[in-house]
Design a protein around this ligand. Structure first.
Ligand SMILES: Nc1ncnc2c1ncn2[C@@H]1O[C@H](COP(=O)(O)OP(=O)(O)OP(=O)(O)O)[C@@H](O)[C@H]1O
Length: 345
């Protein structure tokens, strides 16, 4: 399986500049996710890799095979050897499961016997071995989506490209489909680029992910890196929930408006600062002697099954806190904002 490299890829549609000199590298066999809000350019990136869009500039290479280089090289999609699955599975309604999956092989003039054997092999891989003779309307949404995946894998693609493949599935099915697809990808080891705007999907499935905003890379990292050490406010806010607090720093102490005591924030540069704090890292009812303990009033409380979500007043700002500890609405409590839980932006 080749790796994938995009260098300075730029793309505009008319006056709308969609990709700005995008650089990315996907390792061999890696599950790499493009994550970002609607319209940020994820699909345009994926389509450029597949050869369905021609960028204005830049290079795209699969291993050492350059498939796009400015105006000089532009290998057509059918010769890039990608397997692509779109949001709408686009299985052909008039073809049986067998013929849908065998179609890319037929295009490549694979003989009848070899084709039938490979179709059986990939249908077994996606656990649809018993459905070969059925037609798409006789399958559930999840099964149709697996037919689309089998079709994308039939010709042993160099790269698997998935554009929001789960968005038509309901929440429960989507969760199962994630685990199943990730396990399958690991088993066959195909280099995969996955597009989603769903942070849970990106965090739970990826080896690494790229957070994108308006056609630019905000951060590339493992799920843990992106969640725990977000590069900026945008990433912190887009991936997970974060409290963004404004304050004034002086000598490693940050004063928040309306709070009668500073928070200790080692390394905070003097002047106006923005702090990011994950709700689950705030401690309710801290141990005696803890640093950064403050009195806070519970402004709202919601029970979410596996934890409570509180909004507490921290000076003039709100702080969202996730905790297992039951506390009454309106009560005064002490919370701890550990220095290690604070990111300075
Ligand atoms: N064929 C096209 N012609 C003109 N503009 C396009 C075309 N395809 C995409 N765009 C524009 O490019 C921008 C990026 O679109 P793209 O589909 O890549 O975003 P996305 O991040 O995949 O969004 P979504 O999650 O909604 O699919 C949008 O402003 C979109 O309107």
């Amino acid at each position: 399986m080749p790796d994938l490299t995009l260098t300075s890829v730029a793309k505009s549609f008319g006056s709308n500049a969609v990709l700005h000199d995008l650089d990315l590298h996907v390792d061999e066999g890696e599950f790499f996710t493009l994550l970002g809000p609607s319209g940020c350019g994820k699909s345009t990136t994926l389509w450029s890799i597949a050869g369905l869009h021609s960028p204005d500039r830049g290079t795209i290479a699969f291993g050492d095979r350059v498939v796009f280089d400015g105006g000089r090289i532009d290998v057509p999609p059918e010769r890039r050897n990608c397997g692509v699955v779109f949001q709408s599975y686009a299985v052909w309604p008039h073809l049986s499961v067998h013929d849908n999956v065998g179609y890319p092989l037929k295009l490549r003039r694979v003989g009848h016997a070899a084709r039938a054997a490979r179709v059986r092999e990939v249908l077994d891989l996606v656990e649809l071995g018993a459905y070969e003779k059925r037609y798409p309307h006789e399958l559930s949404g999840g099964q149709q989506q697996r037919v689309a995946l089998a079709r994308a894998l039939a010709h042993q693609p160099d790269l698997l490209l998935l554009d929001e493949p789960f968005s038509n599935l309901d929440a429960k099915l989507r969760e199962r489909a994630r685990e199943w697809l990730r396990a399958l990808q690991q088993r066959i080891g195909v280099t995969t680029v996955f597009v989603t705007h769903d942070q849970d999907e990106a965090l739970s499935m990826s080896d690494r992910l790229l957070v994108m905003d308006q056609g630019r890379v905000r951060q590339i990292g493992t799920p843990e890196e992106v969640y725990r050490i977000p590069a900026d406010e945008f990433v912190a806010d887009f991936v997970g929930t974060v409290n963004l607090l404004s304050g004034r720093a002086s000598g490693g102490q940050v004063w928040l408006a309306g709070l009668g005591q500073p928070l200790t924030v080692p390394g905070a540069p003097d002047g106006e600062v923005r702090l990011g704090v994950r709700p689950e890292l705030v401690v309710v009812q801290p141990a005696p002697g803890a640093v950064n303990t403050v009195a806070a009033k519970v402004r709202s409380r919601a029970f979410l099954g596996d934890h409570y979500r509180y909004v507490v007043g921290l000076g003039e700002q709100d702080l969202v806190v996730h905790s297992l500890a039951p506390v009454e609405h309106g009560s005064e409590l002490t919370v701890e904002v550990p220095p290690g839980a604070i990111r300075v932006f």
